[in-house]
Write a protein that binds this ligand. Structure first.
Ligand SMILES: Nc1ncnc2c1ncn2[C@@H]1O[C@H](COP(=O)(O)OP(=O)(O)OP(=O)(O)O)[C@@H](O)[C@H]1O
Ligand SMILES: [Mg+2]
Length: 355
């Protein structure tokens, strides 16, 4: 038929895989090209590269970063604004690790929108592999091309055409290397701690020189590197070598004043007195030995629930009725039954008097 053998082997494997069986020759073969998608190992350290960016004038200093973030209703402390500024200025990936619901993912959206860049998100999960993160061949489209070439008797010309960009499905990492309207995109590699070590090793190379090699196509290098933000909830330690290539920042629960600022930015319709009580109560709750402490996201959700119920001040009854907005485990909810909610509310109010 004139088609190259490697392609047919891949096709047979895929067809057999879809049918849940073998290649028909009694052996299930591995697909040749897809697993070989990899990275050019020749990359130098990221910090050797300097790029000029259109958006750079927008972030000339830390104050400009603070303004950019607050323009997106994102409240950042000085330390976070500084590390964002440095990541933008030095073109270094930013590694944000911290408690759940503290704004790690949201900051990528705020930076992308603030700079007018596209946000490309790679959501990590257990078993994520390079093909799913980078690119894979569009097998269905290749099969259609083969069938129509066979029908028209033009299979000879098809041989070189099957492994071209036309048949490539670009996944987030490859998309992030492509030029985008408005400038280099923000690449969010979210919850990296959910992946495994081989994937981390792959990322290490990708983040070092922003180029990848697809055997059938060659090396693809970003004309300008994307702005990279990695997040982790620290369900496991991410490898030191990957962290070393990044600027690091631990995102903790905010202190009272900052959490109030965040709540006022995200739920401005809540009256100040109620917002203060909500934040004080959540802050007090976090001091308890809970299975899962409420994050900022829960504070905002709770305030919105209270608003929907026309609540103007907290009471033990209101807390008991709406606890599901801030605590998501039955053991934690059970701890706050009875007089416990009253005690915490009184302590939170006493703390408010001292603020
Ligand atoms: N500093 C902040 N400024 C403004 N909003 C914030 C801030 N921190 C958190 N939020 C709010 O909390 C919500 C949850 O934040 P986000 O999803 O980014 O948390 P996360 O740290 O990524 O959590 P997880 O680890 O569970 O993924 C956001 O949608 C946003 O509304
Ligand atoms: Mg997140």
């Amino acid at each position: 038929m004139g088609l190259s053998r490697p392609f047919w082997r891949a096709a047979q494997w895929r067809v057999a895989e879809a049918a849940g069986g073998s290649t028909g020759r009694g052996v299930t073969e591995k697909p040749p090209p897809l697993r070989q998608i990899g990275l050019d190992p020749r990359g130098g350290p990221l910090s050797d590269t300097r790029w000029n960016r259109e958006g750079e004038s927008a972030v000339e200093n830390i104050e400009a970063v603070e303004a950019l973030l607050s323009g997106q209703d994102y409240v950042a402390g000085r330390a976070l604004a500084t590390v964002v500024f440095l990541a933008l200025r030095l073109n270094r990936p930013l590694f944000l690790e911290g408690e759940p619901g503290t704004g790690k993912t949201e900051i990528a959206r705020a930076i992308a929108t603030g700079l007018g860049r596209r946000l490309i998100r790679l959501q990590c999960y257990e078993g994520l592999d390079v093909a799913q993160a980078l690119a894979e061949w569009n097998f269905a489209a290749q099969m259609i091309a083969i069938r129509s070439a066979e029908a028209s008797g033009q299979t000879g010309a098809l041989r070189q055409d099957l492994f071209t960009e036309e048949f490539l499905i670009e996944r987030p990492l490859l998309q992030a290397l492509r030029p985008q309207p408005g400038g280099p995109p923000v690449l969010l590699i979210d919850e990296i701690d959910r992946t495994d070590e081989p994937f981390e090793a792959f990322l290490l190379e990708a983040l070092s020189d922003f180029q990848v090699t697809i055997p059938e196509l060659g090396t693809i290098k970003a004309a300008e590197p994307p702005i990279v933000i990695l997040t982790s909830n620290r369900t496991r330690e991410v490898h030191e070598a990957l962290k070393r290539r990044c600027l690091y920042h631990w995102v903790d629960y905010p202190a009272f004043e900052r959490e109030l600022e965040i709540l006022q930015a995200r739920a401005p319709e809540a009256a100040e007195a109620l917002s203060r009580e909500v934040v004080a109560f959540v802050q007090r709750l976090r001091q308890e030995d809970l299975f899962k402490k409420p994050g900022v996201a829960e504070t905002i959700d709770w305030a919105k629930c209270l608003l929907a119920l026309d609540v103007i001040a907290l009471s033990p009854q209101v807390i008991a009725d709406t606890l599901g907005a801030i605590l998501k485990y039955q053991d934690d909810i059970a701890r706050l039954q009875g007089s416990e909610a009253t005690r915490l509310l009184n302590e939170a109010r006493a703390g408010l008097g001292a603020v």
